[in-house]
Design a protein around this ligand. Structure first.
Ligand SMILES: Nc1ncnc2c1ncn2[C@@H]1O[C@H](COP(=O)(O)OP(=O)(O)OP(=O)(O)O)[C@@H](O)[C@H]1O
Length: 253
């Protein structure tokens, strides 16, 4: 049976000040799967995922052409705030709000949108999000300390909890472990595999073994074009495009 699709792009192009950096990308991301986006530096990976939650257009002089459909609905016809609630994002460097407690960081998505929750509900959301992010046991007794007191890996899981707290359908991750040590990286990788039960994940990574461990599908980009998309084991063992093969065998990158 074909996979259900969460995101589909149709001739998606992205521009910065008139320079086209993403070129007519057509890709369908399967639902509740992990898709790795790979390719050499500057090929447009971050730009692609920033178009999927409408962050790209916040850069001055940046715009897109084409369509992005979230479960068939054009996100560029939707309220961007709703898009960013449905499509969460985790960045390269853990970025908890430095003046907020762990507890308030998890609830930041509600607080920043002016949503006040009854205490019981807020407690429940915080616990559930921290459990999903595999952080609850480590922080349950220090919820009112600042998020920045945690280790880098814990801070990144706190950012994942913050993203999960608003129940997104998709989690975009932009090289989420590149600033972490191997142990913290392994925890996040295990978490990614667990999370795909409930959320679709699109992860930009430079780390080939990581893409092999966590992803079901791989999209390979080169100079702003999507040159290959398929199941990760097929892309890794029998790439169809010579540029994918050259990248995977370390000829450039
Ligand atoms: N704010 C910006 N203004 C102008 N050009 C930009 C901006 N951000 C990115 N670019 C350009 O867009 C192209 C794609 O960049 P992008 O960051 O999406 O690539 P990437 O594949 O994620 O790279 P990396 O692996 O190095 O993070 C590059 O040529 C980059 O220089």
């Amino acid at each position: 049976m074909p996979e259900a699709i969460i995101f589909e792009t149709q001739n998606l192009s992205a521009f910065y000040n008139g320079t086209k950096v993403l070129k007519e990308v057509n890709v369908s991301f399967p639902e509740k799967r992990v898709t790795a986006v790979m390719g050499p530096s500057g090929c447009g990976k971050t730009t692609l995922i920033r178009c999927l939650n409408r962050l790209h257009e916040l850069t001055p002089g940046a715009w897109i052409e084409g369509k992005v459909l979230l479960k068939g609905e054009d996100i560029y016809q939707m309220n961007p705030i709703v898009v960013r609630r449905r499509v969460g994002m985790v960045f390269q460097r853990p970025n908890p709000f430095p003046t907020m407690s762990i507890y308030d960081n998890v609830l930041a998505g509600y607080k920043l949108n002016g949503i006040r929750l009854p205490k019981g509900e807020a407690d429940h959301i915080v616990e559930e999000a921290l459990r999903k992010a595999a952080l609850w046991d480590e922080v349950k007794d220090v919820l009112h300390r600042r998020g920045t007191f945690l280790s880098g890996g814990q801070q990144q899981r706190l950012c994942i909890a913050r993203a999960l707290a608003v129940n997104p359908e998709v989690l975009l991750m932009d090289e989420p472990t590149s600033a972490l040590d191997p142990k913290a990286t392994a925890k996040i990788e295990n978490l990614i595999v667990e999370l795909k039960e409930t959320v679709s994940i699109i992860i930009v990574t430079h780390n080939m073994p990581q893409a092999g461990r966590v992803s079901d599908y791989t999209a390979f980009m080169y100079l702003g074009e999507l040159v290959e998309f398929g199941p990760t084991d097929q892309v890794f063992t029998a790439p169809k495009d010579p540029r994918t093969e050259e990248y995977l065998t370390g000829k450039f990158g």
